[in-house]
Design a protein around this ligand. Sequence first.
Ligand code: UDP
Length: 482
Amino acid sequence: MEKCQQSEAACPHVLVLPLPIQGHVNSMFKLAELLALSGFKVTFLNSEHNHERLVKYTNITAHFARYPGFEFKTIPDGLPDDHPRTGEWFLEMFDAMEMKTKSSLIEMLLNISPPVDCIIGDGFLGFALDAANELGIPIIYFRTSSACCFWVYYSIPDMIQAGELPTREMDRLITTVPGMETFLRCRDLPSFCRASNMTDADSKIQLIVKETRKTPQAHSLILNTFEDLDGPILSHIRTKCPHIYAIGPIHAQLNTRLREKYGESYDHFSNSLWELDRSCISWLDKQPKQCVIYVSFGSVTTTSREQLTELWYGLVNSKKRFLWVIRPNSVTGKDGRGGDVPVELLEATRERGYIVGWAPQEEVLNHPAVGGFLTHSGWNSTLESVVAGVPMICWPYFADQQVNSRFVSEAWKIGLDMKDVCDRKVVEMMVNDLMVNRKEEFVKPAAKMAKLANESVSVGGSSYCNLDRLIEDIRLMSLKKL
Ligand code: UDP
């Protein structure tokens, strides 16, 4: 059991507030556990909706009981219970949260004991910054999505001023994002930039720009990345936000610290909002080395029936083995997994495929049978693949994913970008290129990046040292209050 051995003053109380979607909750939980491991008192503020699901599908309560200073509290996310919470729903939530959640947060902060020394708030939740400022509590932003996309969002006003936005010429190079002049096309901008209305204050992109440009007002900024992956972009971000802690890949950092504390017997905590189907691990155990392509599009993406069919034919026609996560209710149109599926697809899937509703993804990516990942390029998924050294085919859906997939293919050279295409022939070709024809081209850089990722979170590595610095700085904040 963790015990705060130090005096109250050296044992700061941190409130952690994620944007209530799976990817954000994942990284925030990992950070919260890292802080609890270093003896901090942590209050984790979940949305009521997510907390109920976590209690239902995970061992959340038992897992965090080992940290006596760890406490859960809940607040409403402002949406009705039966809201589907898929696709671009989270943008609706900004307004709802701003209205309903901010006042609950202030009330909680006024009454909580011991008082909070520092808030770690999701970098999208500007109302948390306003609340912290009103109460004089230091706030550190954690931007859980990619650093490269943060920098693109930050540069949007410059793009608009230069006349590069809005635009419909998808293959034209964007020249006003420092550090990306040679490879960032219009097509690679965050999905919200595709709107024709960029300047209307109500547009999604203006909302995101507004939240992003608030970042320098926070005490500092935590990013889930590491110097060897994102060094040049981090240098650019530092010109606006000088105090950055690059502590990622955070899931690997947590594994390192748990191993240090408990040896190899540490338990992995699944913070999934869906029920895990572990049968896919037994299926993977029976497959040859590096022969399976893992397919998953994260927690928010939806696919149409037509897209599902194209992907399915592409996978089947590639003749490769595949493990595919099709989340319940993620297929739009009639009937969850997609109505009448052609018999040939079902037969081929029985032969060399396996489909689950939700997989233990980190474990899957580290399984010896997995040789490639067809992903939506969500930031957690991308980093999990980087750490496991698994090359990717990127089929981005929205938000930062369009930028991430460009970095995967053009900056880091660890995969292919299938952006804006969903055609069975292309899927088949890319799967064969990644897994066979051009395998060597991707395997070596992916292995090299995995090594660098793992070194960054090992003792003395850049992310390891940055986390130590973050912990020390929060301690100093709590001492200053005395
Ligand atoms: N994930 C998982 N099982 C699945 C699919 C996804 O555990 O079957 C996890 C995955 O490991 C990642 C998160 O869900 O940590 C998805 O986050 P990401 O940032 O990649 O995408 P988002 O869901 O936010 O679009």
